[in-house]
Design a protein around this ligand. Structure first.
Ligand code: AMP
Length: 498
C-alpha cells in the first residue's frame, strides 16, 4: 500500500531548514526532527535489539514536549509501536499501561520519578542520545510495515482497566489518503498541535499536516490553564489551521479577544471528538468571519481518527437537523444495524492489545473478509450524509474526553470502605455538564461525615484515574434505590441532586 506516509515525506525533507514544530521559544526544523529520530532509532537498535525483535512498545510519558515527536518517529523506524501517555494520567495508570504492554523502555519527560523493571530515558538522557548518535542512521529494514502496529492509545475501559487500541500503518494510510484532501497545505501553513497525544485527534496535525510540510504550533497544559498565557502564545503563532475538540474551542470563546484580530491568518477549523453544535459554529463565524472553513469530523479511536467528515455549509446551518458528521471515507463500507453504525475496511484497527474478549465484542469480519467495527453510535443517514444521534451504551464524552462511567466506579470500588458505587452523567442543555458518583460505604466504614468520606474517594481517584475522570460530585447513599425491575433507579438518583 502506498500513499502519503510520514517517514517517506520526512526523509525527502531531511535537509530542510524550515521549522517543523514550535513550542514557546523552542523549535525543531525538519532537518533536526529527522536527525533526532535517526539518532534515537539507531540507539534503540544498538542497545535494545530484543525490543525490536519482539516489537515491544515504547512508552512515551509527557505532554507536548518537542522531543516526543522524534521519539514517535524513532519507534516507527524501529518497527515498534509507541504508546503516548499524557501526564494527565496519574503514575498509577501509567504503571498499569507499562505492565500491560511489558515495556522495556520508557521515555519520561514528566517531573515524576519512575522506577521499575524497565529503562527510563528522561529529557536529558534523550538530548544526550541525540548528540551522541548524531549522524547515525536507522536500518530501513526495521521500519514499520503495513500490518505493523504504529501506535497504541489507551482508552477508558468499563472494567477499570484501560484498553489499548492498536493502529497499524495500513490503517493510518487509509485515513491519511482520504482526509488529506480536506486540509491541503502550503509553505505558509501553521497548524495547531494542542490535542493530547493520548487522543487520536492529535494524529491530524502529526500525520496530515506535518506530512504535507506544515509547521505545527504546540500548546501545552500550562497555556490551557492560564488564558493569558494561551493568548500570548496564540498571538505569536501565525496559526492558519485550527484542530481541536469543540470543548477546547468553547473554552477559548470565553475570552472576548479570541478572534480574527488575535489570529488574522486563521482560516480553517477541524473539529472532531464530540458533537459540534450550530451555536459554536455561529459564534466562530462572528469571531473569524463567514468565509472560515469549518470541518466536522467523526470517528472512534478504534477506526483511526475519523470515519466521516464534511465541510459545514450555510445550508447545513439553516437546516432543522443538527450538523451532519459528514460522508464516510469512500474506502470504507458501512451499514446501520438498528441505527448503530457498523463500518469495515482499511482504517479499522487491529483490536485491543491482549484483550480478545473485548476485541471479539466490538470488532467483526465483514462478508468480504475486511475488518469491521461496531461503533456503538446511533446515527441516521440522508443523501449520503450521516447524522449522529446518540450512544447505544453508557460511554460518554465530557469536555471532549471519552469516558466509560464504569471505569470510574470500578476504581472507586477498589477502596476497602466501599460497598458499591455508580457514576452517572448530569446533563444540561443536552450535553454532559459533569459526573456524579453515588457511593454506598460498607457498614461502619464512614469517617463520620459525608464530606470527609467524599474527600477520601476523590483523593483516592486522583491517584488512579486522569483528572478529567474525577466526578465533580460524590454523593454518599445509605442504599441504592431500585425500580420495578429490581435495577438501580438511575433517574431517582439524579433527581436527588440539587
Ligand atoms: P474517541 O475514541 O475518543 O475519538 O471517541 C469516539 C466517540 O466520540 C465516537 O464513538 C462518538 O461517540 C463521539 N464522537 C466523535 N466525534 C464526534 C462528532 N463529530 N459528533 C458526535 N460524536 C462524536
Amino acid at each position: 500500500m502506498s500513499g502519503m506516509w510520514i517517514l517517506d515525506r520526512l526523509q525527502a525533507w531531511q535537509e530542510k531548514t524550515k521549522i517543523a514544530l514550535r513550542y514557546g521559544t523552542d523549535s525543531l526544523t525538519f532537518k533536526e526532527l529527522w536527525s533526532q529520530s535517526e539518532a534515537l532509532a539507531a540507539f534503540l537498535e544498538t542497545k535494545y535489539p530484543e525490543m525490536l525483535r519482539q516489537k515491544t512498545p515504547l512508552v512515551l510519558y509527557g505532554a507536548k514536549e518537542l522531543a516526543l515527536v522524534p521519539a514517535m518517529h524513532a519507534a516507527l523506524k524501529c518497527g515498534v509501536p509507541y504508546v503516548p501517555v499524557d501526564t494527565l494520567y496519574p503514575v498509577d495508570r501509567l504503571r498499569q499501561i507499562i505492565s500491560q504492554v511489558e515495556a522495556k523502555v520508557i521515555i519520561n519527560l514528566s517531573a515524576c520519578q519512575l522506577q521499575g523493571n524497565f529503562e527510563v530515558l528522561d529529557g536529558r538522557a534523550l538530548q544526550q542520545i541525540f548528540t551522541d548518535y548524531a549522524g547515525h542512521t536507522s536500518n530501513t529494514d526495521h521500519w514499520v510495515q503495513d500490518r505493523d502496529v504504529c501506535y497504541m492509545l489507551f482508552t477508558s475501559g468499563s472494567t477499570g482497566q484501560p484498553k489499548g487500541v492498536q493502529i497499524c500503518k495500513e490503517n493510518l494510510l487509509c485515513f491519511v489518503n482520504w482526509y488529506r484532501d480536506f486540509c491541503p497545505v502550503t509553505e505558509e501553513t501553521v497548524a495547531l498541535n494542542q490535542v493530547s497525544y493520548s487522543f487520536d485527534v492529535s494524529v491530524i496535525p502529526l500525520y496530515i499536516y506535518l506530512a504535507q510540510g506544515a509547521t505545527l504550533f504546540n500548546v501545552g497544559h500550562a497555556e490551557l490553564e492560564d488564558f493569558k498565557l494561551l493568548e500570548t502564545a496564540l498571538g505569536a503563532s501565525r496559526l492558519t489551521d485550527w484542530v481541536s475538540t469543540p470543548a477546547l474551542f468553547d473554552i477559548c470563546l470565553f475570552a472576548k479577544n479570541f478572534n480574527q484580530q488575535l489570529l488574522p491568518r486563521l482560516k480553517r477549523f477541524t473539529f472532531a471528538g464530540e458533537v459540534l453544535t450550530k451555536t459554536l459554529v455561529r459564534e466562530l463565524q462572528n469571531r473569524f468571519g463567514r468565509e472560515a472553513v469549518v470541518i466536522n469530523g467523526y470517528g472512534p479511536t478504534e477506526t483511526t481518527v475519523l470515519l466521516t467528515a464534511c465541510v459545514v455549509t450555510a445550508a447545513m446551518l439553516a437546516a432543522p437537523e443538527s450538523i451532519p458528521i459528514g460522508r464516510l471515507n469512500p474506502a470504507l463500507g458501512h451499514k446501520l444495524d438498528q441505527g448503530e453504525l457498523l463500518v469495515w475496511g482499511g482504517s479499522i484497527g487491529a483490536g485491543y492489545f491482549k484483550n480478545p474478549e473485548q476485541t471479539a465484542k466490538n470488532f467483526f469480519t465483514a462478508p468480504d473478509g475486511k475488518r469491521g467495527y461496531r461503533t456503538g453510535d446511533l446515527v441516521t443517514e440522508r443523501e449520503g450524509l450521516l447524522y449522529y444521534q446518540d450512544r447505544k451504551d453508557f460511554q460518554l464524552k465530557l469536555n471532549g474526553y471519552r469516558i466509560e462511567p464504569d471505569d470510574i466506579s470500578s476504581n472507586i470500588n477498589k477502596l476497602d470502605s466501599v460497598q458499591h458505587s455508580l457514576v452517572l452523567p448530569v446533563t444540561k442543555d443536552g450535553k454532559v455538564a459533569y459526573l456524579a458518583a453515588f457511593v454506598q460505604l460498607k457498614p461502619g466504614c464512614s469517617q463520620g461525615s459525608s464530606l470527609k468520606d467524599a474527600i477520601a474517594v476523590k483523593k483516592f481517584l486522583k491517584t488512579v484515574v486522569p483528572v478529567y475522570m474525577i466526578p465533580k460530585k460524590i454523593v454518599l447513599v445509605a442504599q441504592f434505590p431500585t425500580n420495578v425491575n429490581g435495577k438501580v433507579d438511575r433517574k431517582k438518583l439524579l433527581e436527588g441532586l440539587s
